[in-house]
Ligand binder design. Structure first.
Ligand code: 6GU
Length: 232
């Protein structure tokens, strides 16, 4: 899978050389390339923003550098991928969920455009739709300063679903959100620690009873912490 990221802060993404995703990149499972939007700016100062028409606070990202970046990257993907998926992290987008991650993990070529300032000129989204499938995607109902942190979260969530990235694929199915519920609690040794003991059932060796208990814990936690998940 190929992922191209466009940002004015490429070094945000340095952390993606670490751990499982770093290994996936080194072994070629994930071709992740980070690009500086200013490479496509047209002037000596490498300007990428300007004042908003109609007035208002802050600056808006200019359309021209974005269009040139998208032109170059859309035609640079893996062989035979004519239309990439073009993701713009945005607090005004659809919610990014585990099922969105599964959807994106099945794509061959993803381009992620990270906006800053007060946003990107609206015509960029229209133009991008002529090159691929455009998705505006939000991490949740709060505001970040730009798309970079959201893009990193999405890359990690998507990258770990690429076959082979997570060593034991069984660990992918027993996680929060894979089955629409929160994860059951986990314990390790010692069995008694600071006056707290591990639930007896986990020491019983009775696999049926353990599975039943874990299922009950998942439901109870979901009811308490995320009742919204039970009604979706
Ligand atoms: Cl994707 N972008 C920004 N700037 N803020 C956010 C977000 C994305 N998701 C939640 N807040």
């Amino acid at each position: 899978m190929r992922i191209d990221v466009v940002s004015i802060f490429p070094s945000y993404f340095d952390g993606l050389t670490l751990s499982l995703l770093g290994k996936a990149r080194a072994t070629g499972l994930l071709d992740l390339q980070i690009h500086d939007l200013r490479n496509w700016a047209g002037d000596r100062h490498r300007t990428v923003d300007d004042t908003p028409y109609g007035g208002g606070a802050g600056m808006v990202m200019k359309p021209e550098p974005w269009a040139l970046a998208l032109d170059d990257l859309a035609s640079s993907g893996p062989e035979a991928v004519d239309r990439p998926t073009i993701i713009f992290p945005s607090p005004a987008g659809e919610l990014f969920r585990q099922k969105t991650a599964r959807d994106f993990a099945a794509r061959e070529h993803i381009i992620i455009g990270c906006g800053r300032y007060e946003g990107i000129d609206e015509r960029v989204f229209e133009y991008a739709a002529s090159l691929g499938e455009v998705r505006l995607v939000s991490l949740g109902d709060y505001v970040l300063n730009g798309g970079e942190v959201a893009a990193m979260a999405m890359i990690e969530a998507v990258g770990r679903l690429i076959p082979g990235v997570v060593g034991n694929p069984e660990s992918l199915v027993e996680e929060s959100h894979e089955d629409g519920l929160l994860e059951y609690p986990s314990y390790t040794k010692p069995a008694a620690w600071r006056d707290r003991s591990v639930p007896d059932v986990l020491l019983s060796g009775n696999h049926g009873a353990i599975a039943k208990w874990r299922g009950e814990q998942q439901l109870e936690r979901t009811r308490q912490r995320r009742p919204d998940l039970l009604s979706d």
